[in-house]
Design a protein around this ligand. Structure first.
Ligand SMILES: *Cc1c(COP(=O)(O)O)cnc(C)c1O
Length: 384
């Protein structure tokens, strides 16, 4: 077995991060205030456009938690959430004592299905609890059906929390993901498009909402000479050190997007003649995806019996990491008691889908190894 592991998505630092971190050390601003925080927030606001206001936080999960608070979610409320996602989209609903209502995906974007969403809202209203918010996710950097989801949300006057943790740099009709929700969320965890080691951000439509998020994130200190508090506080602010890493990463974000898209194009080419394997891609020119992760769907009826697991194990045997798609939340032991609306789109995708190595730091040699494993697996199969 090759002793160099190929990861699905690993941190990719390119050099200038250290300059900003050094500045923080030199000035002794190493905590929750400083020029890197101001600089990173400005960089993100410029990048996203739409006159948005960005607050840098300790994680994407923290941003979802504060986002739900700012949308007015309280104990006993219900919040709709896309079932096929990472658990961090859902956990903050439970931190607040509210409960999730899960909704299926559709096949074009693998994200929230507008029809199932409306059915869920109508049924919850009939049962006496109108959902307080909708969490919509851009999985793997592919934008959800922005116009259709917005139309349903507006019809029932329910705000959208846009989980754009995987989608910085993706866009819909030229507008950046992160700016479509009533509140948007970004993540800079180590495995995302860009990293601050760990971190996230909240994207607000007004300065007042951003300021409120930062107030909550720094222990909700009232304006007084002593420590005075009239609201529950959180310790969710990003540090000025991490923000320094983020400033360096913003300089290479567009390059990271180009390199992830190059990985995606590599897979489209690799699988183009293999019937039964499809590479997930945007179906329409309005959608621009950063392809944070490249994913395939394997149909064993068309591949002579090779299924998702066969591909995963063949890659693993050569020390190449791959992983099934997000297991839907309504199938998770911790969440299975909550209501679910939809059919089996997310379940089927989970059964047949696989995420492949997608990092912006993968090399020609890495691609050759992946290509070898896949080519060998499907060639042997033809001859058997
Ligand atoms: C990574 C991720 C999060 C959480 O972000 P953290 O910064 O790791 O807390 C939330 N939602 C989705 C869809 C993610 O992929």
């Amino acid at each position: 077995m090759n002793d160099k592991k190929i990861w699905i998505s690993s941190p990719h630092l390119e050099g200038s991060e250290q300059k900003y971190v050094q500045e923080a050390f030199d000035s002794n601003w190493i905590s929750s205030e400083g020029s890197n925080l101001v600089g990173l927030e400005k960089d993100l606001e410029n990048y996203l456009g739409q006159n948005c206001f960005v607050g840098a936080l300790s994680s994407g999960t923290a941003a979802i938690h504060l986002g739900l608070i700012l949308l007015g979610v309280k104990a006993g409320d219900e919040v709709i959430c896309q079932s096929m996602t990472f658990s961090a989209s859902v956990n903050p609903i439970l931190y607040l004592g509210a409960s999730p209502v899960f909704v299926d995906s559709e096949l074009d974007t693998w994200n929230l299905c507008p029809t199932a969403l409306e059915a869920a809202i109508l049924d919850r209203i009939e049962k006496g609890t109108k959902p307080k918010a909708i969490i919509a996710v851009h999985l793997y950097g592919v934008p959800y059906k922005i116009d259709e989801i917005r139309a349903v949300a507006d019809k029932y006057e329910i705000p959208i929390l846009e989980d754009s943790a995987e989608a910085i740099g993706s866009s819909y009709k030229g507008q950046q993901c992160g700016t479509f929700g009533d509140i948007g969320v970004l993540s800079f965890n180590g495995n995302k498009m860009i990293t601050t080691s760990g971190g996230g951000a909240i994207v607000a439509k007004t300065k007042a909402v951003k300021d409120k998020a930062l107030f909550l994130s720094t222990q909700s200190r009232d304006n007084a000479p002593h420590y005075q508090h009239s609201e529950i506080g959180y310790n969710y602010r990003m540090s000025n050190i991490c923000a320094g890493i983020g400033r360096g990463q913003m300089e290479v974000l567009d390059n990271h997007i180009a390199l992830r898209r190059k990985m995606h194009a590599f897979y489209v080419d690799l699988f183009k003649d293999l019937s039964g394997v499809t590479v997930f891609q945007t179906a329409h020119e309005d959608y621009f995806a950063n392809y944070w992760l490249s994913a395939i769907v394997v149909e064993p009826e068309l591949t002579n019996g090779i299924d998702r697991e066969t591909v995963r194990l063949a890659l693993e045997a050569d020390n190449i990491e791959s992983r099934p798609l997000w297991k839907p939340m309504h199938l998770q032991p911790i969440f299975e008691k909550y209501p679910y609306y939809g059919n089996k789109v997310a379940e089927t995708l989970f059964e047949k889908g696989l995420c492949l190595p997608s990092g912006s730091n993968l090399t020609n040699e890495d691609r050759a190894r992946i290509s070898d494993v896949i080519t060998r697996l499907f060639q042997n199969n033809e001859h058997s």
